[in-house]
Design a protein around this ligand. Structure first.
Ligand SMILES: O=P(O)(O)OC[C@H]1O[C@](O)(CO)[C@@H](O)[C@@H]1O
Length: 529
């Protein structure tokens, strides 16, 4: 791609946007009876309707041309081949290799990584089986009935989401808990409830340098040391890409499960970070999750662009954020088990594409990642949908509902599906009330609809991989590096300084703005009480 080609393709999309300024989606449907069918895809078990979007064929063609001009096919090949596309950190982003069952080698620095991946998968399966079967027990010989994952961000959301989404498949014999943040209350409450002899802690951190996780580890370790006469080590396993740091904290070689540095934190569910899910759901179920993701990988690699689900979703994300100026996107699962999906995607998309400079550090002159937000769709109807329907801003919505047989509580699922479909219809068609402006819904608000036939490990894997690849697609079009996250570092550094100051230590060179200095003084007095 030359900058001129890219810029010309960008201008063509901008012109399409200008042309569609007053377009009504209902007119697009009226002009093309096949629109719904043409813009609905069935991929890896996901049935996805993309027809309710502010997009006609010419605009779609312009977006597809922009993807070509941004060299999306070349970047996609580079992603899967393990090229160091995370250029600021000089490494590949090979989450796809974690679920690739093909025999072809993938070389990183001249070495085939596949045997290492296979060994990690065996280690995950062995540990999960050992805990579930009671082969691995605590210091007093008792089976583990509770596993506590200490980890945050990517070392938390993925396994927590998988366990909630697939709760029907989880063993009732082992309770899996997560403690992520450094707020003392959740860990204290959990420690008060747990039976130390039957509790296993997983200390999950790619870097093994994340303060929240290390604080929680130290507290949990101190608690267990006070409770058990001996054998505390048997109750802690480190899951990390930095085994040296775990060893430095006293973890023995056989108490460390490692995964490769080239797995990004927010892409790490498929690695040993998925261990809580493998223990709760079983190794076979975990393997099926990876199979589903691999099916989406194959689709993303091989489907023609106009029928490629993650690619089209990524294009729509760019279309709305950069060309229409829509500043947020709502994820609305009508499924209690997918309660954490918006948060998971929030980290995935916002930490990946929330950038203001391109891969080479040059400032961008267009908006990139919108704010991703959302929550359970049915609860949302009674909480924030008012703003979706009548607020002044357009917020593209993404609905998801499972259409499995209505047998759990007769009538409930049918009603749930009806409500989900109704909201998308209402956003599209709106409601005219000439004499009552406060009752008028403008409509013409875009949405995507995902129908899933149920919730299985394969479907969940495909869904999450779809979000990964759409995030990658939009990142390529925005020309950002989706695999670093330097923006989170500044706050961590400042917190280190403030923490020492709150503790009464002087920090040479520390200087604060007047507001922070005053707050520091107030807080210092109160913390000391
Ligand atoms: O797994 P780690 O290294 O503890 O990091 C936790 C999270 O912190 C982040 O680095 C952001 O601070 C995320 O990218 C990551 O998922």
């Amino acid at each position: 791609m030359t900058p001129a080609q890219f810029s010309s393709a960008w201008q063509t999309v901008a012109a399409a946007r200008t042309r569609l300024a007053g377009c009504r989606m209902t007119d697009l449907f009226a002009a093309d009876p096949q629109r719904a069918a043409r813009l609905t895809l069935d991929v890896a078990g996901l049935h996805v309707d993309l027809s309710k979007h502010l997009l006609d064929d010419a605009a779609l063609a312009a977006l597809l041309a922009l993807a070509e001009a941004a060299e999306l096919p070349r970047w996609r090949t580079a992603l899967f081949a393990g090229e160091p596309i995370n250029n600021s950190e000089g490494r590949p982003a090979l989450h796809t290799a974690l679920r690739d069952a093909s025999p072809e080698p993938i070389l990183v620095n001249g070495q085939d990584i596949k045997p290492g991946v296979a060994a990690m998968r065996r280690q995950i399966a062995d540990l999960a089986d050992a805990v579930r079967s009671g082969r691995r027990v605590g210091a007093s010989g008792q089976r583990f009935t509770r596993v506590v994952n200490l980890g945050i961000g990517g070392s938390y959301w993925g396994p927590a989401l998988a366990l909630e989404a697939l709760h029907e498949l989880a063993t009732p014999d082992i309770r899996i808990d997560f403690v992520s943040n450094v707020d003392p209350a959740p860990l204290k409450r959990l420690l008060a409830q747990c039976e130390p002899e039957r509790t296993l802690f997983l200390v999950s951190s790619k870097s093994f340098g994340t303060t929240e996780t290390l604080y929680n580890y130290q507290a949990a370790r101190a608690f267990m040391t006070g409770q058990l006469a001996e054998g505390v080590d048997r109750h802690f396993v480190a899951v990390t890409a930095s085994p040296d740091k775990a060893r430095a904290l006293g973890f023995a070689h056989d108490a460390i499960v490692t995964f490769p540095e080239w797995v990004g934190g927010r892409y790490s569910l498929w690695s040993a970070i998925g261990l809580p899910a493998a223990i709760g759901l079983g190794a076979q179920c975990f393997a099926q999750l990876l199979e589903g993701a691999a099916a989406m990988d194959r689709h993303f690699l091989s489907a023609p662009p106009a029928h490629n689900l993650p690619l089209l979703l990524g294009l729509l994300d760019v279309w709305y954020a950069s060309f229409w100026g829509f500043g947020s996107r709502a994820l609305l699962p009508y499924d209690q088990g997918l309660r954490l999906l918006p948060t998971y995607v929030q980290q995935l998309a916002m930490e990946s594409d929330g950038k203001g400079v391109d891969r080479d550090g040059q400032p961008l002159d267009y908006p990139t990642c919108p704010v991703i937000w959302g929550g359970n769709g049915n609860d949302g109807e009674h909480t924030f949908y008012q703003l979706l329907h009548q607020g002044p801003a357009t917020i593209p919505a993404e609905f998801l509902v499972c259409t499995r047989p209505d047998v759990e509580l007769p009538g409930h699922r049918q009603r749930l599906v009806a409500q989900c479909l109704a909201q998308a219809e209402a956003l599209l068609t709106g409601f005219d009330a000439p004499d009552k402006p406060h009752a008028r819904c403008p409509g013409n608000r875009p949405s995507t609809m995902f129908l899933l036939p149920g919730m299985t490990p394969q479907l969940l894997g495909a869904l999450l991989a779809c979000h990964e690849h759409r995030t990658f697609t939009s990142g390529v079009l925005w020309r950002v590096n989706p695999f670093d996250q330097f923006g989170v570092e500044l706050g961590k550094r400042l917190a280190g300084t403030l923490e020492r100051e709150l503790g009464g230590q002087g920090v040479p060179g520390a200087a604060h703005d007047a507001s922070t200095a005053a707050l520091l003084d107030s807080a210092r007095g109160r913390l000391g009480d």
